[in-house]
Design a protein around this ligand. Structure first.
Ligand code: GLC
Length: 567
């Protein structure tokens, strides 16, 4: 595997609307981000991914772009952005923008022109199709609910949108569209971006003719992913994109990839892959529902462990995943991947330990480092997210009561990750001097940066130690390039444990997600590099019950205990 500049770094996602508001309008902005660069640097962050800040009507929070060359005024100006780039550079930090090119906004000039003249030049930028027997051209359900086809008033045409109807899909079969997109990508890279996070990219290749499929729900529709999975030839498009843009700038790319075909991992993210890396969503998918959030099976430690272990072992030495426990589309990791009894500071630190030390590039999401949690809302109107409103509706239609449907939203809503960042215990958590665009999680009085900075036992202090350990001179190599080897002891218990091994170095990472203590035998006594609780101990030849001698070394892990040991 070729070594790359970004291996061994730490990445952090900013959701700009909710990060830090510098001008009191209740919405986070670029100047707010600039003001927090030192905080991020001190935390140990090298690479920053900012969710979309382009001009947008915000139907899907900026993932609907109406001008790719403009910064939305809610976030500031292009001068602010240039300053952000310069300030990041000064601190040896790298900036990634979000690249949303499967679709744009219906307010984009291209689509406005297309609507006026669907048969004209700009109509070919999108997918306009004739209806069939007075119905939509095919029976696909969009990601946000309802048909993917929206009728064009006064015509017999429909246009395609795999997401919201305000997010028309761009036609990647049209060379003009590719030309426009590539020009835009290069324009941003020329400015000095380090690269992009690439949104929803598996959707760019459609199955020709848009065939109908067997419906998978009572609405008579079938999830549009069925068509996407069938499409052939997406690799050719990715290859072009890479050659015409990223490759020329040695840019870093991290792709949002769902539904990849078996056995294609190296094609996607190997040395010559289409992208530098992609997120490992396997642990997340292991907990997804068949029809919606309402029928998701819920947290199961063993299923989660199995999914993660599988991706980690499968990726072997040749690819590098981007690892996450949360992002702007997911509920909080500390509320999702921990059993109820472990949803406390020890549990949060334990989850951090095992996820940050996996093989791959760790991506933190804003607030994860202080242990932010899901937020209870009183009723559906308190949610802003388009997907949450859709999932609430699905749950209600499936027969769930109001209370049950609200509980499902509390567990799964994307807004759980979108409540404002908690900077201090003062009004609005120091996020804004105005009225926040989105409700704050009331737990900000306890969970916030300022309070945690002063407490050496806080989640934030622990994250700092953990990130510093990953980058420490003697361990950087093994944590970056070391093999991932599952620890086979105590597998029947709720133990999540693995080794990172390189040449002579062997680091054991072990965490007890169970309620009862776990005792793990160790080949060697080893050196404790980090632990999250006093009670985590290495014992040698212990006398128990008065006089029975237990020989050998043992690692004692109380419930929610985590240890990093150099063997
Ligand atoms: C991606 C984004 C998500 C957005 C969708 C449509 O999945 O992460 O937030 O809603 O694409 O752009």
């Amino acid at each position: 595997m070729k070594r790359q500049w970004w291996h061994g770094k730490i990445a952090y996602q900013i959701y700009p609307k909710s990060f830090c508001d510098s001008d009191g309008d209740g919405i986070g902005d670029i100047r707010g981000i600039i003001g927090k660069l030192d905080y991020l640097k001190e935390l140990g962050v090298d690479i920053i991914w900012i969710s979309p800040i382009y001009q947008s009507p915000f139907i899907d929070q900026g993932y609907d772009i109406s001008d790719y060359y403009k910064i939305d005024p809610a976030f500031g100006t292009m001068e602010d952005f240039d300053q952000l780039l310069a300030e990041a550079k000064k601190r040896d930090m790298y900036l990634l923008m979000d690249l949303v090119i499967n679709h744009c906004s219906d307010k984009h000039e291209w689509f406005q022109k297309a609507l006026r003249e669907p048969e004209g030049e700009y109509g070919k930028y999108f997918y306009f199709e004739k209806g069939k027997d007075g119905k939509a051209p095919s029976n696909y359900r969009s990601y946000f609910g309802g048909s993917v086809w929206e009728p064009v008033p006064g015509t017999d045409l429909y246009y395609l949108h795999l997401f919201a109807k305000e997010q028309p899909d761009l036609n990647w079969e049209n060379p003009k569209v590719l030309e426009e997109l590539f020009r835009m990508v290069n324009w941003w890279l020329d400015k000095g971006l380090a690269g992009f996070r690439i949104d929803a990219i598996m959707n760019v290749k459609k199955t020709e003719g848009f065939p109908d499929y067997e419906p998978d729900g009572d609405d008579g529709l079938v999830m549009c992913t069925r068509m996407i999975e069938e499409a052939e030839g997406i690799g050719g498009l990715f290859q072009k994109l890479k050659q015409e843009t990223f490759e020329k700038h040695d840019a870093f790319t991290v792709a949002e990839v769902f539904n990849m075909k078996e056995g294609e991992l190296e094609k996607f993210i190997g040395d010559e892959g289409y992208f530098s890396t992609m997120f490992d969503f396997a642990p997340l998918m292991a907990m997804a529902g068949g029809h919606g959030w309402y029928d998701a099976p819920g947290y199961d430690f063993f299923r989660w462990r199995q999914a993660l272990m599988k991706s980690q072992t499968e990726c072997g030495e040749n690819v590098f995943y981007a690892n996450i426990i949360e992002n702007h589309d997911e509920p909080r990791g500390a509320s999702t991947y921990l059993p109820e009894y472990a949803q406390n500071n020890d549990g949060t630190k334990m989850l951090a330990t095992v996820s940050i030390l996996l093989r791959g590039l760790p991506f933190l999401y804003q607030g994860q480092e202080i242990g932010m949690k899901n937020c209870k809302m009183k009723d559906i109107d308190e949610y802003n997210d388009i997907d949450t409103k859709n999932q609430y509706k699905i749950a209600r239609e499936a027969g769930l009561s109001e209370e049950e449907a609200m509980y499902i939203c509390f567990k799964h809503s994307r807004d759980n990750a979108r409540t404002p960042m908690q900077w201090n215990a003062e009004e609005n958590a120091g996020f804004t001097a105005g009225i926040p665009w989105m409700k704050l999680n009331p737990n900000y009085k306890e969970i916030n940066v300022e309070t945690e900075e002063k407490d050496s036992g806080s989640v934030l202090s622990y994250y700092k130690k953990l990130l510093a350990l990953r980058k420490q001179e003697e361990y950087r190599e093994v944590f970056t390039y070391g093999d991932f080897v599952p620890e086979m002891g105590a597998q029947e218990q709720m133990l999540f444990a693995f080794h990172r091994k390189k040449e002579q170095q062997d680091i054991l990472v072990a965490a007890n997600f169970g309620k009862e203590e776990i005792v793990l035998s160790l080949e060697k006594k080893g050196k404790m590099l980090l632990k999250n609780q006093e009670g985590v101990l290495i014992q040698e030849n212990t006398l128990i019950q008065g006089n029975t001698l237990i020989q050998g070394n043992r690692l004692i892990l109380p419930s929610c205990g985590a240890a990093v040991i150099e063997l």
